[in-house]
Ligand binder design. Structure first.
Ligand code: SAM
Length: 233
């Protein structure tokens, strides 16, 4: 898609904190993300020594680094230079030679080389409003080979609009007090107010229209997080 003057600025929508070096340096401690379970899902789907995986909105690269131990090529993509500096430092430390780092967004990443076998994206797509999500998902489908898999995890709401107050209040009530222990009430409020989480019943037709078959869809008990495994038709 040619860049027009009405094109969204992905950096402005990326969450100011993700561009802030101090926040980024505390990110792993706050997020406490262990990629083991997602890596196992990817391996069950066929991730192996010949595979290429693209991690969109890779953040500090925990999944990318774990995947780079298993497969031929991993591309960690993020709009945040600060996040990617951390990925590069970890890659050096862990001798992750099969990991490439690209500073780009869902809407600007241009995949070079053979189409990817896997795309993984976790807690990042909600930075785009729905119009742009639909375009981003179509771009994701194009960078995958037919039969390739997309794993999408995000804050995607599996409740009805009239349940919003009850579900959201329960969610933010359970938030930790200290920012280093996770996302605080005020951070979750900012997420709801300023970011673009959508409903499962909106993202699912978007995925299908983008060229995916949804193979599995799960939502957690809080009805705030959802995960999809999709195959590119
Ligand atoms: C909450 S973090 C998640 C990072 C990582 N995937 C994880 O699960 O820990 C969201 C990430 O998405 C990135 N991001 C935001 N908007 C983006 C966009 N339009 N394209 C690519 N990455 C984006 C941010 O810079 C940030 O690193």
């Amino acid at each position: 898609m040619e860049r027009r003057s009405w094109f969204i600025d992905e950096l402005k929508h990326a969450g100011a904190e993700h561009l802030d070096t101090r926040y980024v340096h505390g990110y792993d401690r706050k997020a406490r993300f262990d990629p083991t379970a997602d890596l196992a899902i990817l391996r069950d789907l066929g991730l192996g020594p010949a595979s290429t995986l693209v991690d969109l909105g890779a953040g500090t690269g925990e999944l990318s680094l774990a995947a780079a131990e298993v497969c031929q090529r991993v591309v960690a993509v993020d709009v945040s230079a600060a996040m990617l500096d951390v990925v590069r430092a970890k890659a050096l430390q862990r001798h992750a030679t099969r990991l490439e780092v690209v500073c780009a967004g869902f809407l600007s990443y241009e995949h070079a080389g053979e189409q990817a076998d896997f795309v993984y994206t976790r807690n990042a797509l909600h930075h785009l409003p729905d119009f742009w999500k639909a375009i981003a998902l179509r771009r994701v489908a194009r960078l995958l080979r037919p039969g390739g898999s997309l794993i999408l995890r995000d804050l995607i709401f599996s409740f009805e609009p009239e349940e919003s107050e009850r579900v959201v209040e329960a969610w933010i009530k359970a938030a930790p007090i200290r920012p280093e222990s996770g996302w605080t009430r005020s951070e979750l409020e900012t997420h709801l107010r300023d970011e673009h989480s959508t409903f499962t019943w909106l993202i699912e037709p978007m995925l299908e229209r983008a060229g995916f078959e949804i193979q599995s869809a799960t939502s957690d008990d809080s009805k705030v997080f959802a995960a999809y495994t999709c195959v590119r038709r």
